[in-house]
Structures are given as C-alpha cells and as structure tokens.
Design a protein around this ligand. Structure first.
Ligand code: PLP
Length: 303
C-alpha cells in the first residue's frame, strides 16, 4: 500500500486526499480519455525547509501538451503554480512522486473529446526505488508499442497504458522484472514506463523521436549529461540483436531513474557498466542540487 500525501488538489481546491473521489460514471474511466504527468521531488538534503523538484517546467509543458491532445486548454504556467502550492501544502518529508491528471470529468457515455467537461487533479505519494537499482532482467514483449497514427504518443494518454500494463504483467508473470517493447516496425522502442539506452563501443545510443517513443524528460537529461561528459550520443532505430550484444543497456524514467539491465531474455549483459554508472551518479547529484551547472533543472520550493 502506498503512503499518499495528505492533501490533494481536486475540483479547483485543496482537499484531504481521502475526500478527492470521483463517480463510477466518470467518462475518462470508461474511455481512457485522461492524461497524466509524473514527477519526482525530494526534501533538500542541505535544508529541511526546502523541496527540490526535478525539471518542473518540462513536466508542466508536457502535461499541457497532453491536455491539448485531449482538446483541453490547460496552460503550463497554471499547472506549475498549482503544483508549487500542492508541494507547500503537503511539505513531504521523504522522496515523493507527484501525479497530476487531466481527464474528461463529465458523467455519461459516448466516447468524445468535444463538448465535454474536463478537469485536473493532483495527488502525491512517497516513492523510493521503483525498480531494483542494482539492475533488472527484461523480457522482449509480445505486445508492441502503439503507433503515433493511431494514438497520440507524445502525450501521456491514460488509455495508452493498457499496452504497458499487458507487457509488464506478461514479463513479471514469466519471471522477469520489466518488459521491452518493440514498435510496429520491429525496432526497439521502450519499456513499460521508461525509455531505453544501449552502449556500443563507447557510444550511447537510444531510439529517436521517430520510433514511437514517449519523449521522456529523463531521456533528455541523460543525453545532455552524456554529451557534457564528452560521450558520443546517437538517436536512431535499434535492432533487437544490437541490444542483445550491447556493452551496456539501461532504462531511464522519472520513476525508474537510471536502472541498469542485467539480462534480456536468456542473454546476460556484462556486469561492468562504466557509462551507465557515471550517468546514474551524475543524475542523482543533479536531482540533489549538488551540480551548479545543472541548477536550472532543479526548482526549489520554500516551505
Ligand atoms: C511509456 C513511457 N515511456 C517513457 C517514460 C519516461 O519518461 P520520463 O523520463 O519523462 O519520466 C515514461 C514515464 O513517464 C513512460 O510512461
């Protein structure tokens, strides 16, 4: 059971989390017509009266874009103000995760996005490691990531997560920790809620934006960090066999941070992962605001 933060934002006000409830007839529940964000925050290790939020602006922009795809005008700066108030009201004392959600809040049937009431809520929960940080095993999923021509993949649309859910359960129930999904072109795409990277011959490679991936904010951070470290990066289509013989593979995401992959199907990867480790440690230091060069990625909330 999760430890939810005490206060939620619901129907334009802050209320106790337990009182933020919706009807069983809510439109989005039936049609997957919602979109969410997911961002992490931590108490400042240097100052207990401050909360550090990682890449707040990017998360708010992506949620605003997701809302746009649902025919809902929700400006990023409005989301940002409410998230800051949400954090001040909760003042979390441990590492936490914020889940803002936009959705068709009308009661009633008929799938549509026009002429329908929409709303926005936020709740949060304490969150430590989402995946084992020492490394995981992955199954290549029999489910394929959707295509952008049938689902707006640049938004985090709730209905799209049926595929992630199928893939994750298939992987776990067959003895693996996580799923790697291919796209409909048969190229490596991403995991159930993370982007994927591999290292071959010192080069860091990840599927490009034209591969039906989610435009991950951690992915963007990893690419920038690697380039700043002088590591060559490439965004391109990746074949399954390249992954199996890669020098290093890791997943990136807000929940998973940087998680090394130890095994894919029956293929065991090297336990020496110099590039993964360097990037992982740098990212942790950045989120704790210990890297002046990346200070603009960390938003400080004074509580
Ligand atoms: C499907 C999917 N891919 C990738 C990611 C990683 O994105 P981010 O780094 O922005 O959390 C997520 C998580 O948000 C996701 O749900």
């Amino acid at each position: 059971m999760h430890n939810f933060l005490d206060i939620a934002y619901f129907q334009n006000k802050f209320v106790p989390f337990k009182e933020a409830n919706i009807s069983i007839a809510t439109h989005a529940l039936h049609y997957g017509t919602g979109a969410f964000g997911g961002m992490r925050g931590i108490p400042n290790p240097e100052n207990p009266n401050q909360i550090l939020l990682f890449r707040l602006d990017r998360h708010c922009n992506r949620l605003s874009d997701s809302a746009k795809l649902l025919n809902y005008d929700l400006p990023a700066d409005k989301i940002q103000h409410i998230i800051i108030d949400f954090v001040k009201k909760n003042k979390p004392s441990k590492s936490f995760y914020i889940r803002p959600f936009v959705y068709t809040s009308d009661l009633g049937i008929a799938p549509r996005l026009h002429k329908i009431e929409k709303d926005f809520f936020i709740y949060g929960l304490e969150l430590g490691d989402y995946l084992p940080p020492e490394g995981i095993s992955c199954r290549i999923s029999s489910w394929y990531r959707q295509e952008d021509r049938s689902l707006p993949l640049r938004g985090k649309i709730s209905g799209a997560y049926i595929t992630s859910s199928l893939a994750k359960t298939e992987a776990v129930e067959s003895g693996f920790d996580e799923a790697i999904l291919m796209n409909t072109q048969g190229k490596v795409c991403e995991a159930s809620g993370m982007n994927i990277f591999m290292v071959r011959n010192g080069k860091l490679i990840t599927p490009g934006f034209n591969q039906d991936i989610l435009e991950g904010i951690t992915r963007d951070s990893v690419l920038t960090i690697a380039q700043d470290m002088g590591i060559e990066t490439e965004e391109r289509a990746i074949d399954k066999t390249e992954l199996l013989i890669a020098d290093e593979v890791f997943l990136s995401g807000t929940a998973a941070k940087v998680t090394p992959v130890k095994q894919i199907e029956s293929y065991h990867l090297s336990t020496s992962r110099p590039i993964t480790e360097k990037i992982k440690q740098k990212l942790i230091a950045i989120t704790e605001n210990q890297e002046p060069k990346y200070q603009e990625w960390v938003y400080t909330v004074d509580c």
